[in-house]
Ligand binder design. Structure first.
Ligand SMILES: [Zn+2]
Length: 261
């Protein structure tokens, strides 16, 4: 075995290797991905861990060619918003206040920088965590001004998908990513990646009676579909997941290769 062949790491999961292996990987220039998700209801058919499972799978999918390790995910996220996650009214949804999330992510980033990681990626899936993960990255690097560490902050896991893929996923028209919660895309990706976690026969199509451009506190009841699915989960398929996943993986790999070469 060639000791310098970084493709031969035992596993990409940071938590499953020993500290000398971490030290060796850092010495060889390995980077690290911090997946950030939530513990949040995802309708009748997807697990609470969906937003943590997907960024972890994405990190693992790009880890080898970019020589990245995958840190244990942050599996709690910011409060579920009614219009993009169903809100805090469901059992199972277990959330953090913004200040806790920011402090948690900042502390983990500081630890990764202290250990010597220079190429760091925050890979967030739960929409509500946006901005807070950016703030955590900003504050962590402010603390380590002399470090040459760089952090790529992916507040969302992808941008636009190709028109062909959008047509395949949303043949009746694209409803917006905010209602893509436990719906066609997330369900398709889970069917592709972790089918054993999906109770697809329980999937429903649903939608809020009202979905305005503003929010209201406390949450008006008609902002929230009863099932917790915000759009049409029954239109999901493994094939849709497979095709979308290929694009998502490519986009993320290209972004990291560009910024953290
Ligand atoms: Zn989700």
């Amino acid at each position: 075995m060639d000791e310098n062949d970084t493709t031969l790491r035992r596993t990409r999961l940071l938590a499953e290797i020993t500290w000398p292996e971490v030290e060796e990987a850092i010495g060889q220039g390995a980077g690290v991905v911090l997946p950030v998700g939530s513990t949040e209801q995802h309708g009748h058919h997807l697990p609470l861990s969906t937003d943590a499972v997907l960024p972890t799978e994405l990190a693992l999918a790009i880890a080898e060619p970019l020589d990245l390790l995958v840190a244990p995910a942050v599996t709690y996220g910011y409060r579920s918003r009614p219009l993009s996650g169903g809100g805090q009214g469901f059992v199972g949804t277990t959330s953090l206040r913004a200040s806790t999330l920011m402090a948690l992510v900042e502390d983990v980033l500081r630890e990764l920088i202290r250990q010597g990681f220079k190429r760091i990626v925050i890979l967030n899936w739960h929409m509500e965590n946006q901005n807070f993960v950016y703030e955590a990255a900003y504050l962590a690097l402010e603390r380590y001004r002399d470090s040459s560490a760089r952090i790529l902050v992916a507040e969302l896991p992808f941008k636009d998908l190709s028109p062909e893929t959008m047509d395949l996923l949303f043949p009746e028209g694209f409803p917006g990513w905010d209602v893509e919660h436990a719906s066609i895309m997330e369900t398709s990706l889970m069917l592709h990646l972790r089918p054993e976690l999906v109770l697809f026969e329980r999937a429903v199509d649903d939608e809020a009676k009202r979905h305005p451009w503003y929010d209201v506190v406390p949450t008006p009841e008609d902002f929230v579909p009863a099932s917790g699915t915000l759009w049409k989960a029954t239109q999901a398929s493994e094939e849709k997941g497979r095709i979308a996943w290929r694009e998502i993986v490519d986009q993320m790999r290209d972004a990291i290769a560009l910024e953290l070469a």
